[in-house]
Design a protein around this ligand. Sequence first.
Ligand code: UDX
Length: 438
Amino acid sequence: MKLSVIGCGYLGAVHAAAMAEVGHEVVGVDVDSHRISELAAHRAPFYEPQLPEILASAGAKGGLRFSTDIAQAAGSRVHFLAVGTPQRANGNAADLSAVHAAVDALIPHLQPGDLVVGKSTVPVGTAAGLAERIAEGCPGAMLAWNPEFLREGFAVEDTIHPDRIVYGLPRDEAEALVSRQLLDEVYAVAIARGTPLVVTNYETAELVKVAANAFLATKISFINAMAEISEVVGADVTQLADAIGYDARIGRKFLNAGVGFGGGCLPKDIRAFTARAEELGRGESVSFLKEIDAINLRRRQHVVDTVVDVLGGQAYQKKVAVLGLSFKPDSDDIRDSPALDVAVQLKGRGADVVAMDPKAVPNSMRKHPQLAYTEDVETALGGAHAVVLVTEWAQFRDLDPVWAAQLVKTPLIIDGRNCLDADRWRAAGWTYRGMGRP
Ligand code: UDX
């Protein structure tokens, strides 16, 4: 099938390459010329495992092109919208300007019978408005909403093997039927594999995405709230999570307490959801999300305070090695990253911060040139008065505490992700402080 993907960021670039990989003929379009020139050369413009491999293999098959010219989308039957919907600079709501710009730019290139498919995360009610705009601009063209649930670090796997597919279809029955047939053809491989499919209306599809992210954020803040209590009473939140996680109704996933959640989705999605609910006169229905956000932001503060505390109440001119900058491992994404936030706050408290990350140093350096960076863990640890682990990269989880103790000035470690073996680090002479652990 001929497909276009408008917006080639963390979502769109992976979607374009994955759709080509499963056999479609895809053109990816983006306004960022650097990103497009990298993708056109079949190089990944950001770090995402497996993306280089599928770009190369889809490129070799010849079914994958990239362009900055939206006219190249003409001739495709299905057009995916994968542009960003960041938090507005002046509030909590989502900034939809990129979505509107993409739709307006696409309309002149649509044909009757084409299907525009929204993948971006949008406030409920957006799709209905966009469908009207598309119908006016190109009578006979249609819109469906098909939210994306990919996790960074597993984006290729999640796109090719999704755990579920959601179609939000037009109210008009004839349009719904055609849209569904087109989407079934797009996802033929995943559907043949028995992937669960939920077919619904626009509003449900839009809500599914924000509800999923709100639920995940709630799970994380719930366990972080338990960490706060555990810290006061001397309980161990990791054992608490194991114990409640054995209950299949609760489950152990997304119950890792630590520095909290970040990234391009969870934080801004819960804020945008709150803002939208307030617009709808239903603010009270999701007012708990403000508490979820507050618990989450307190975690960053708590990690910073713990570092200052173990340094004897004074961080000034103390070398602090910050291990991790990306918002999660296996990603170079620093959007709303708790790790980067901790590094910046420690610098603000006067510490000589040396921040280390295997992939996120270039992005961090552009945003916060005031920090000292390294991609070498030995340089980061050398002479450090304290070490704080804030992104659980395998490289940090696998650190040898005996080796690391020889490099630092003082063997003090704050494990902001509870990902180290506390007994092993203590046995090697370290003062170990976890999150919500005695
Ligand atoms: C998330 C959703 O998982 C995905 O379905 C959606 O499409 C986009 O948003 P992503 O942002 O890639 O994906 O990251 P995710 O794996 O959900 O982690 C989000 C944040 O929560 C990270 O900062 C992570 O470190 C943190 N987290 C996760 C915890 O602090 N504790 C946990 O137990 C799990």
